[in-house]
Design a protein around this ligand. Structure first.
Ligand SMILES: NC(=O)c1ccc[n+]([C@@H]2O[C@H](COP(=O)([O-])OP(=O)(O)OC[C@H]3O[C@@H](n4cnc5c(N)ncnc54)[C@H](OP(=O)(O)O)[C@@H]3O)[C@@H](O)[C@H]2O)c1
Length: 337
């Protein structure tokens, strides 16, 4: 398994990160026995990076991870978790206030049965809390040793810059990672978030790299997904997000590249993300060990440029305005470089 530095930090993480959102989840997840087996297989294959969140299965995912890693040397692992979602009924049991961040961190430490979190992530932006309050609370967690590094998830580019500027001004810890939805069917982050992460020294961790399983090629897209599949069970989220003709075109091309390269469609979809060095790690979610075994190949395989470009171009992805304006007007300013 190859490793990459997470953003501008000195932290080396495996370029596959183990996603644990499905741990304990009824319907589209797995039980503790399978979760433990998957975690062990991942670590034994050389993976050191594990992602969870307080809200995954209301804390059960963190508990399963804590149990599964108990036999390993804690310092060999990079454990990432997150706060932001509502975790109780009291008014402050959510968001990015100092009060909630401190409580959420302590609860995650307890469930994970560890003294420290390697990467503590803001799960989403909180429009009601000043970013200075949030970043100061995160820095205090770093200063007291409960947290090693901090990151964000689902932030706009301008929010990343604002957070890191506030931290820089005060000498506080800065965000070193951005965890965002990025896969061959949803390339939104290429417009603005990925350039912002790169500019600000954040490594990107891609969530849902297989588009809820669609990029494995296992769904028959000529008819609606069966009710007992992940996409069927989460139809309200996944159909508007992915289920359209352009996606089907991309999935077919992923299958063609897989056949040509002797890889599986999942391996092709994961390797496409990792081709871009701004991506530090892709977060693989598995409900069975066989799925993880399939994905693990992408931890080492580098996709050739030819296939990368082919997949980029199968459905044109316009960066839109203001890039369009910049391209049209470039001739006015270019020529002397
Ligand atoms: N920060 C955020 O807001 C956020 C949001 C979502 C996820 N995440 C993180 O990202 C991780 C991954 O997200 P995700 O679960 O949405 O990832 P995904 O790659 O979009 O989907 C993973 C699902 O695809 C299927 N699958 C995976 N590998 C397969 C294979 N080789 N062959 C066949 N099917 C396969 C499995 O579902 P079935 O077995 O049910 O088909 C698996 O649960 C999460 O665990 C979490 O850590 C973060």
């Amino acid at each position: 398994m190859k490793h990459r530095y997470l953003g501008n930090s000195g932290l080396l993480v495996s370029r596959l990160c183990l996603g644990t959102m499905t741990f304990g989840m009824k319907g589209w997840g797995c039980d503790e026995g399978t979760a433990t087996q998957i975690t062990k297989r991942f670590v034994e294959a050389g993976g050191n990076f594990i992602d969870t969140a307080d809200m995954y299965c209301s804390g059960t995912s963190e508990e399963f991870v804590g149990n599964a890693i108990s036999g390993y040397t804690r310092d060999d692992l990079v454990i990432a978790t997150k706060c932001w979602f509502r975790m109780g009924t009291s008014p402050n049991a959510k968001g990015l206030s100092r009060k909630h961040i401190m409580e959420a961190a302590n609860n995650s430490l307890r469930r994970l049965k560890t003294d420290f979190i390697d990467l503590y992530q803001l799960h989403g932006p909180d429009p009601h809390t000043p970013i200075e309050e949030t970043m100061r609370a995160m820095d205090d967690l770093v200063a007291c040793g409960k947290v090693r590094y901090i990151g964000c998830s689902n932030f706009f580019g301008w929010q990343i810059v604002k957070a890191n500027s506030a931290a820089e001004k005060k000498g506080w810890s800065k965000l070193i990672s951005g965890q965002h939805l990025y896969n061959l069917l949803r390339r939104d982050v290429e417009r603005e978030v990925l350039p912002a992460c790169h500019d600000q020294g954040l490594g990107m961790m891609c969530w849902s790299p297989l588009a809820s399983g669609l990029l494995t090629g296992k769904y028959d897209t000529s008819k609606p997904p069966a009710a007992d599949t992940r996409v069927g069970l989460r139809a309200d989220i996944d159909l508007p997000r992915y289920w359209n003709e352009q996606s089907f075109q991309v999935i077919n091309e992923v299958k063609a590249v897989a056949a040509e390269t002797g890889k599986s469609p999942s391996q092709v979809a994961l390797a496409w993300l990792l081709f871009d060095k701004r991506i530090t790690s892709v977060i693989v979610g598995s409900t069975k060990q066989s799925q993880l075994d399939d994905c693990l190949v992408a931890g080492d395989w580098d996709m050739p440029l030819e296939h990368y470009q082919r997949l980029c171009n199968i459905v044109p992805f316009p960066l839109g305005y203001p890039q369009e304006w910049i391209d049209v007007t470039r001739a006015n300013t270019a020529g002397h470089e």
